[in-house]
Every structure is written in C-alpha cells, then in structure tokens.
Design a binder for this molecule. Structure first.
Ligand code: UD1
Ligand code: CA
Length: 456
C-alpha cells in the first residue's frame, strides 16, 4: 500500500475576488471553498494533510482547525513555492502526494481517487488531472508531444496564440511521487510572464529527466472549475447546489423546485420529506423523515424530528420534535427546543425557550426565556415579559396550564401545574397549582350612557 499525503494550496489573497475576505474562505453552499476541498480529501485514505496558508493564515487555520497541519508561505511567490513550504513535513517521506488548490471546491473524492489509481497504474512520477474546457481562458494549457504524451503545461499569460487554442486544461490537481516532487521543485525558476514559481513547471522538469509523466482526463469540466472571481463563485454555487440536491432526491427526498432550493453540504434529510420552493437549509441541520418544509422557510443549524411541518418560517439553532407544526410566519430563535406534537402558529416568536409535548402557542405570541411544560395552551397574543430594560428573567409554566388570550406574564414568574390564567391578565406573582388567576380591572357597565353622551 502506497502512503498518500495531500497538500492544499490556500495562501493566495485572491485579488480577482475584489474582496476583504480571503478567496479560499468564500463560501460555496454555505461552506468555505477550502473546507470543501479538505473534507473531500478527508474521505480518502490519506496519511497527512498539509495546508499552505499565507493571506488570512489565522482565519484559515481557525476555520479548518484540526482537519489539517499547516505551513506558512509568508510571501506568495507562486504555486511551486507554496508546495515547497511543506518540505519540512513531507520531503523525507515515501509515497504519493496529492496537490489540490484551495479554490477548486467541486472536485469530488471519487475523481481524486481515480486520478490516484491512474497514477499508480502508469507508475508515473507525476499525473495531472486535466479536463477539456469549452472556454479554457485563464487556465494552464496541457501541451502534448507527437506521441500524445504530456510534455508541458503553459499558463494563459505565457501561452502563444496557437497554444491558447488548446482546450485541455490543468485543473490544478496532481499526484506526484513525493520525493521526485521535492527534488524537482528545487529546479523551478520564475522566468515567466508573472515572475512566479509555477508548480506546473515540475511536469516539464520531470519529463525532460525521462520520468513518466501522465494525465488523467476527467470528462466533467464543471467539476474542475477554479474559482478566481465572483462570477465563477456563482457557477460553483450552482453546480454544488445541483449536486447536493440530486444526492437528497436520490436518497428519497422530494424537492419540488431544485433551482430555488438551497441546502448546505452538511445537512441531512430523511426520506419522504418534501422540500417546497424557496427553502434555505444551512449548516449541520438535520431534518427527519416525512417532514414538510414549507415554501421560503429558512432553517439553520437545527434539528427537526420526523413528520414535522415548517411552513414559511425561520428556525435558527433550535430543536423541533416529531409531528410538530411551526408556522406559517413563525420565528424560532436560537436555543429553542420544542417537544413532540407541539403547535407554533402564525406570528409567534420563540427565543431561548423549551416547550413540552402537546403544548400549543397558536397565534401572535412572544415566548422568551421560558420553560413551558407539557400540554400547555398559550392563548392568542400572550407575552412573556422577560426584559426590564437591563436584565432578562425567566418564566416557568408547568404542565397543563391554560394561559388566556392577551396575558402578560411578567418574569420572573411561575405558573404552577394545572393553573388557569384569565384572558387579559397581567401576572406578576406566582400562581399556585390548580389556581385560577385573574389580574385585570373589573368591567363596569354604565347603562344608557351612550345615548346620554351623544345628546350632549
Ligand atoms: C493555477 C495553475 C493553472 C491551473 C489553475 C486551475 C499555476 C501557476 N497555475 O492557476 O495551471 O489551470 O490553477 O485552477 O499553478 N497559491 C498559494 N501560493 C501562491 C500562489 C497561489 O498558496 O504563491 C494558491 C492560491 O491560494 C490558490 C491556488 O494556489 O488556492 C491556485 O492559485 P491561483 O492564483 O488561483 O492560480 P491560477 O491562476 O488559477
Ligand atoms: Ca485559481
């Protein structure tokens, strides 16, 4: 078994993005490009992953965390110079080194594996992943000799007009014999249009030494897209979105309109769930089976049980149980947790609160910093008054409580088991178990008063 190592190039600023954010951190389907690359590599049997960082080094390291080792390229002198920075970690090792750019988030692990298999089979010292592009502008072109063997890669800016007609491009992904790579890197110079040390020059160096240099042509150019500007970023987003949606559909999820459905790379959705148009599902959200995720719902970093419906609503960093119904037009803010068979109706906002099984808040309420038990009914327009302008306070509502419409529950306050709050009450004191609380002005009827007023 050959040992495999990976080097990810992620030190560039990404000038063409015209952004304050370093290029490789721009998200595609909600995840930074370079993290897609590293996650794909992580699916292969790789002994070591080394990421070359430079611009935004700290932020890149923070984003990728333990998924990689890091080397610093203090000055960005080119892709060959970038790989050379991994020398202290890799140069003594035997095996194959996979080099991938941090700005090619779409290359699938299967394709990297096929590249590696081809490299092994050819017993090559270097194998380039290439593709045929309809419009190859901007990419390095693959030059082949009369026998069809790869001889050189020429960059766009160094290519003659004839070479620019070549449609076979360098995807920026390669397999190298590790030791041959580091030996050849020493010989790369920067005598070219950009004054940079080009990694692709290693190909010509090895070829001239009589080593076997090979290319593995993938038939899917879209997958090899390198993101250099915002237009390419939008294309990458589109390809990735289509790929993610297809995976869910093949797993048994119905997506009514994939073109308007945005699901993050790391979301999980159970079978027979239906996703309606305009839905955005972000982060590591988990949605169970048989759910109905309504039009234009936005769900991030949340867990939704089975058979639950989220209709035109926003759910952030929350948990929702089974057979629960949320919306339309509800907002679950972070750290909310709903049990099973719960109903959150229209224009209800829930923040940092737990609601037990079978509890209902059906209309026009604000529930903040509350702990609500099972089978509680919170009437229309009821509010937890959780904030005095300085501090937040907790509301506790125990099982089987009935809160009448338009009640204000001034926290800190507790409504004990089975108590009943009359509509329109402003509750400021604890309500004991089984008690009926009424806290509103008594009604007074002034008889025959309206006509009296009118006659004045
Ligand atoms: C590079 C290839 C080109 C290929 C294309 C595929 C070179 C010289 N050219 O061109 O043949 O067709 O990728 O997408 O390699 N980086 C560093 N340090 C540096 C320079 C770059 O870490 O000093 C990193 C960048 O952050 C980026 C990657 O290397 O992730 C590629 O650099 P980029 O400038 O985008 O190269 P391209 O011009 O796209
Ligand atoms: Ca690039």
């Amino acid at each position: 078994m050959t040992n495999i190592y990976a080097v990810i190039l992620a030190a560039g600023q990404g000038t063409r993005m015209k952004s304050k954010l370093y290029k490789v951190l721009h998200p595609v389907c909600g995840k930074p490009m370079v993290e897609h690359v590293i996650d794909h590599i992580g699916m292969l049997d790789v002994q070591k992953i080394v990421t070359v960082v430079g611009h935004g080094a700290e932020l890149v390291k923070e984003t990728l965390g333990e998924k990689s080792e890091y080397v610093l390229q203090a000055e960005q002198l080119g892709t060959a110079h970038a790989v050379l920075q991994a020398k202290p970690i890799l140069s003594e090792l035997e095996g194959t080194t996979l080099v991938v750019c941090g700005d090619t988030p779409l290359i699938r692990p299967e394709t990297m594996q096929a590249l590696f298999a081809h490299h092994e089979k050819q017993q090559a010292k270097a194998t380039i992943l290439t593709a045929v592009a309809e419009n190859p502008t901007g990419y390095g072109r693959i030059l082949r000799d009369a026998q069809g063997q790869v001889s050189q890669i020429v960059e766009q800016k160094d290519a003659t007009s004839e070479q620019q007609l070549v449609q076979e491009i360098n995807t920026g992904t390669y397999c190298f014999d590790n030791q041959a790579l580091f030996a050849a890197l020493k010989q790369v110079n920067n005598d070219n249009a950009q004054g940079e040390y080009y990694l692709p020059d290693v190909i010509e160096i090895l070829q001239k030494q009589g080593e076997i240099v090979s290319a593995y042509v993938t038939d899917n150019f879209d997958e090899t897209l390198g993101v250099n500007d915002r237009f390419a970023l939008s294309q990458a987003e589109e390809f990735m979105r289509a790929r993610i949606n297809e995976r869910h559909m093949r797993n048994g999820v119905t997506i009514i309109n994939p073109a308007t459905t945005h699901i993050s790379a790391d979301a999980i959705i159970g079978s027979d769930s239906v996703i309606l148009p305009g839905v955005i599902i972000e982060g590591k959200t988990v949605i169970g089976e048989d759910c109905h995720i309504g039009p234009n719902s936005h769900i991030a970093e949340s867990t939704i049980g089975n058979g639950t419906s989220i209709h035109s609503s926003v759910v952030f960093n929350s948990r929702v149980g089974n057979e629960t119904s949320v919306g339309p037009f509800a907002h679950l803010r972070p750290e909310s947790s709903l049990g099973n068979h719960v109903k959150i109706g229209n224009f209800v906002e829930v923040k940092k609160s737990t609601l037990g099984d079978d509890t209902k808040v059906s209309h026009l309420s604000y529930i903040g910093d509350a702990e609500i038990g099972k089978n509680v009914n919170v009437g229309c327009g009821s509010i937890t008054v959780n904030y005095d302008g300085k501090n937040k306070f907790k509301t506790i509502i125990e099982d089987n409580v009935f809160v009448g419409c338009n009640s204000n529950l001034v926290a800190p306050v507790k409504l004990e088991k089975g108590s009943f709050i009359a509509a329109g009450s402003t509750i400021t004191k604890e309500v004991p178990e089984d008690a009926f609380a009424i806290a509103r002005a008594r009604q007074e009827n002034k008889l025959n008063y309206v006509s009296k007023l009118n006659s004045k």
